[in-house]
Design a protein around this ligand. Sequence first.
Ligand code: MLT
Length: 274
Amino acid sequence: MRQPGKNINIKVNNITVSYNDEGSDNAPVIIFIHGFPLNKSMWDNQLNALMDNYRVIAYDIRGHGNSELGTIDFSIDLFVKDLLRFMDALKIEKTIICGLSMGGYIALNAIENHPERFSALILSDTNCTADTYAGKEKRMNAIKSIKENGVEKLANDLIPNLFAAESFKRNLKEIPAVREMIAKTSTQSLYNSLHALAERKETCGKLSEIKAPVLIIVGTEDIITPIDAARFMQSKIKGSKLRIIEHAGHLSNLENPYDFNSQLNKFIATIKSI
Ligand code: MLT
């Protein structure tokens, strides 16, 4: 029996996963996956905007928000297993999936390896490549810095790259909210996630096999996963659409929710079988 609402707990892969589940029972399902080191609340605006027409679900990836950490090493493959078991637990056979950045890494890996479970894909501010050697080194330095200087320093280092310059004047609520999400993530989860990000495999090689409808979204000023990364994915996924969001950096759904939601709505309306 479905339990709609906020901060619902469910047992998945031996951990408790916390999720929000809104909208009506029989509507098409959209599952949202957040970025690192954030949590499901980053999708609040999208859930509110779409819940009248869809069943919208956002969950906390293990170790983030209110979901438990568990005892096994993190990997994108593990996050994909968690997603599939989460869908099983909620009796969702097939869903539209929307992931931002790390959420996009999970969504891409999931659709490439389990295409039968996904009716459409929205990739936001993400890419398909693995970390470079320098990228991995940066993650290991971040772990060292958290150990030496704490999480506040991590937030100070990350935030200037997550938002467009103009968002520091326009998005006065979102920046402290993101700071709080980062601060709420346990240090163990940060270490585990940084390792998982550093070790993730590329997903570019299988992009051309994706048959589901795909929308790729990117903020004009995204410096973490820039427009070129989005254009590359679009060139490989047949029929995919690319939408560039103005007045936004890496967190385009938070920085310009009006345009982001409008693109989501337009795209979902074009999907034939959901
Ligand atoms: C994210 O927003 O999830 C991260 O920026 C992803 C990454 O660091 O690769």
